[in-house]
Design a protein around this ligand. Sequence first.
Ligand code: GBH
Length: 491
Amino acid sequence: MDLALITVAFVLSLGTSSFAYNYTFPEGFLFGTATSAYQVEGAWIEGGKGENIWDRLTHERPDLILDQSNGDVACDSYHKYKEDVAMCVELGVQFYRFSISWPRIYPHGFSYNLNKEGLLYYSKLVDELLANGIIPVATIYHWDIPQALQDLGGWTNPLVVNHFVEYARVLFDNLGDRIKYWITINEPSQICQEGYGNMDKAPALNLSGIADYLCGHNLLKAHAAVYHLYNDTYRESQNGTVGFTINGVWYEGNSTYDDDAAERMMQMYFGWWAHPIFSSQGDYPPVMKTFVARKSAAQGYRRSRLPEFTPEEIEYIKGTADFMGLNFYTARKAKGAEYDGLEVSYSNDHQVESWIDRDWPMTIAPWFGINPLGFRKHLNWIKERYNSPDIYITENGYPDAGEIDDFDRIDYYREHLKAMLDAIYEDNVNVRGYTAWSLMDNFEWMFGYAHRFGLYYVDLTDPQRPRTPKRSALYYKEIVRTRQLTYEKLK
Ligand code: GBH
């Protein structure tokens, strides 16, 4: 063998360690794609729907939205849901994750005036999916609480638990014969921290260190109550599965000292939600209780701003998920930080400073640097702390300005799917399914239509809202078809 050949053989053998499983997805692994109601449906005041907090925010404060847009029409999926299902068929995915708009079902959130027309819409969507052999995966709450409930404090009002239960009950009653995968709530951190703690989401209350914790407390109880409702009343006859979806950000320190801060941040960002539901002890993470209590005391509060669960509530919430939904997009570096002791805020409570590493490629979104290895590490972190739960990746995706030839998105998907397969095969993490966010370009909250995550391009200037597959749609379709990661660079 000459040197060149030896070199080639060496390089190939280096490659084989990570090629060991040949990039094939496990048997039974499910592929899907996702959207959420407010982001795609439009028809904001049609079909008997009530006003939600995003209608209110976008109409009253368009200045808070990057392009001053709103979801009044969005992708018009309320009228074009058959096209959406046809796109899922074209992609060949096994499931479609959509969300149900609470004020389409109960326009004011109270359970006295059920809007049959709203129910009918979801019933038709589900039937269309099933007729095409696609599993419906329904998120019960993806950020669009009725404005009437918000006027009473929204998630900070303990009575929200009852309203949420009645809303879920009507869904189980009317759709549970056909929907077997439920996600109670999408991303509690975004709801409570970004919506109540700051102004990154509706209702933009900006009451950090107080309203965020109250929101979280009721939200966890509401989730648990819906899980118990399903268990006690529907599971036997409907035989479905109920999960809870948390957004994961992989926080990583640079040194052993910073690792403490990074772990604390993981606990106070992800553990805030995962610990009460998925840990064997239940309740908020000990470090979170300690840090919020200590800071509260220093500020003169008679008790911690983080509400306490009773022992009964801890037991009631613990174990209330058949699977963990993980949304993963990005990672951050972290180190311990001192803030002004008197400022009442979540960041002053956790005492961690975090940033995007300069070495990671950036996306169009200011919050989003790319770090696929962080995905693998996050999956391992979950496995170790929560006794290896069944995990579904309920979102993962990449934003740009709307390229059709979206090679960077393809790179993103490939690298994250590879990181996930490494976690499955090399680290034995229980990942059961993967969801590409998003089926199509849609209303990206505060970023309006300026940041687009779609596999399909949507022309939002055309009243018909035509959809066009991007390169990434063809790429994803190929992966789903072959059940293997196409690893050649496509550029
Ligand atoms: C998901 O949230 C949502 O579930 C989905 O609806 C959304 O379309 C998708 O991500 C893409 O963003 O920089 O201060 O403006 C992901 C969670 C969203 C959390 C962006 C951080 C940035 C806040 N992340 N957010 S800011």
